[in-house]
Write a protein that binds this ligand. Structure first.
Ligand code: ADP
Length: 493
């Protein structure tokens, strides 16, 4: 990463952003726009179209028309593959520009953003593009008087509603497999992380994607997102975000066309450290990064640290050391390890959790607003060293750099504490005891259980939650299941 080049890009003035609907950039039907505030310094970066119901309907109609025409769904998979690979190449060629644009809007540290956003999106598109001409149907082992064929067909128009923490990465986890499968899409980015996805839609057109296949409508969740959810013309709805919005989407699907709804709703993931962890220093370092990078704004963040009591004090000390050495600051400086909190609202919520813990007499290390003079939204990592299981900071997702630490005595207690959550997205176990590691993997109710590490998994493994963390899976070939319907042909021979 070249700091000089980043410094040039961060100063580029941005023109107003528009929707990308049916292959064209369009303003909101009523001309409305909303300000895009940069969390880096609190200034207005630009404006973007404030989508209306009419805009959303236009995008859905374009996606419907593109799907039904067969221009994308009914061509040889190799045709889609070629265009998707072109798209990935263009994203990669513009990676630094896209990363800086995204960071100016959402505050993620540039080092992480470059890898996790454009480069990860390009890799995801490639992964699914490469797979698409290697998926086969089935011939069922039926009575020989019949032939039973199982086809896999694109499911139709997909609505995608995505969050602000990793818009390109999470967006690509949805549109990568959906578009490769032959579906068309209307995507609604989050209010505070839309610009990069609009750029991606423009690059898709440059790559040769037909008009109407991939549409992006910016604006408010309660307007654009709600309209997608209640549409009779959207066949599948995929979402990453909060549980309360997830509930609304399910209700809207039930009220409309019973579209299938797949939800990824975050977590309160337990990171469990036993005294026999192979290397406690490494465990403390990785655990600190597992919660504090990107200001804790990571769905799978290890936000509940469960530590065996006899190393509790020692481990919290190590953790505090690593937390204090994480460089929080301007996300566009390459030396920064944790950037700005996404919005002022989110910053306030994070600080409220910390204040509440202090008010309850908990021992809190860090957790102050910092760099206020920049106008941006920054805070130092917070460790609540002695959280009780009934504390809000132990039970609720903060989605900020706030870690709740609780001690346990036995393996059984660790499992009980880990599972004492409405969520079930991720977890980790640090131990040298192989049998214990496997026992814990089985007993912890979560979609992803790390052993002796945290985060950093690649595209080949599925990511999805259990309990109120949602349903369905992003990543891996399993993601295709959401976007491909099974169709059976039963033929008398
Ligand atoms: P967060 O609180 O983390 O921002 P949300 O669930 O509110 O989580 O946001 C995730 C995505 O859901 C965003 O794109 C947002 O605009 C969208 N959204 C918010 N409210 C609604 C709603 N009522 N209907 C549909 N989408 C919504």
């Amino acid at each position: 990463m070249n700091q000089d080049r980043i410094d040039v890009l961060r100063a580029v003035p941005l023109a107003a952003f528009q929707h990308v609907i049916n292959g064209r950039r369009v303003c909101a039907s009523d001309g409305g726009a909303m300000s895009v505030i940069s969390p880096v310094d609190g200034t207005v970066l630009t404006t973007m179209a404030r989508g209306t119901r009419e805009d959303t309907d236009a995008a859905i109609a374009a996606a419907r028309q593109a799907f039904d025409s067969g221009i994308w769904s009914d061509v040889a998979p190799a045709v889609r593959k070629k265009i998707l690979l072109n798209w990935a190449d263009l994203i990669e060629a513009n990676a630094l520009e896209l990363a800086v644009l995204g960071v100016r809007e959402n505050g993620t540290e540039i080092g992480m953003a470059l890898k996790a956003e454009p480069l990860s999106a390009a890799a995801t598109i490639r992964y699914y593009a490469e797979a698409v001409d290697k998926l086969f149907g089935e011939v069922a082992p039926t009575d020989p008087a019949f032939l039973g064929l199982v086809h896999r067909e694109p499911a139709g128009v997909v609505g995608a509603i995505v969050p602000w923490n990793f818009p390109l990465m999470i967006g690509a986890w949805k549109f990568g497999p959906a578009l490769a499968a032959g579906c068309t899409m209307v995507l609604k980015p989050a209010e505070t992380a839309s610009l990069g996805l609009v750029r991606l839609a423009e690059l898709a057109l440059e790559a040769g994607m037909p008009a109407g296949v991939f549409n992006v409508v910016t604006g408010e969740g309660a307007v654009v997102g709600a309209r997608i959810a209640e549409s009779m013309d959207v066949d599948v709805l995929v979402f990453t975000g909060s549980g309360s919005t997830g509930r609304r989407l399910l209700e809207a699907a039930a009220r409309s066309n019973l579209k299938r709804v797949y939800l990824e709703l975050g977590g309160k993931s337990p990171n469990i450290v036993f005294a026999d962890a192979p290397d406690l220093d490494e465990a403390a370092r990785v655990s600190a990064h597992g919660i504090f990078r990107n200001s804790g704004q990571v769905c799978i963040a290890g936000s509940r640290l469960l530590v065996e009591r006899r190393i509790h004090e020692e481990f919290v000390e190590k953790l505090a050391f690593h937390a204090a050495s994480i460089k929080v600051g301007n996300p566009l400086d390459t030396a920064t390890q944790s950037g700005a909190v996404n919005s002022e609202r989110q910053l306030r919520q994070n600080l409220q959790f910390v204040e509440e813990a202090r008010g309850q007499g908990r021992k809190v290390i860090g957790g102050q607003r910092i760099l206020e003079e920049t106008g941006g939204f920054y805070m130092s990592p917070a460790i609540v060293a002695d959280a009780a299981r009934e504390d809000r900071v132990f039970q609720e997702e903060v989605f900020g750099p706030v870690l709740a630490v609780t001690a346990f005595d036995t393996e059984a207690e660790a499992v009980a504490l880990a599972n004492d959550s409405k969520y079930g997205l991720a977890a980790a176990i640090w131990t040298s005891n192989l049998s214990r590691a496997h026992r814990m993997v089985r007993k912890i109710r979560a979609g992803l259980v790390h052993v002796n590490t945290y985060g950093g998994s690649d595209l080949t493994i599925p990511l999805g939650g259990v309990k109120q963390s949602g349903n369905g899976h992003d990543k891996s070939l399993h993601a295709f299941d959401k976007y491909l319907d099974l169709k059976t042909a039963w033929i008398k021979l």
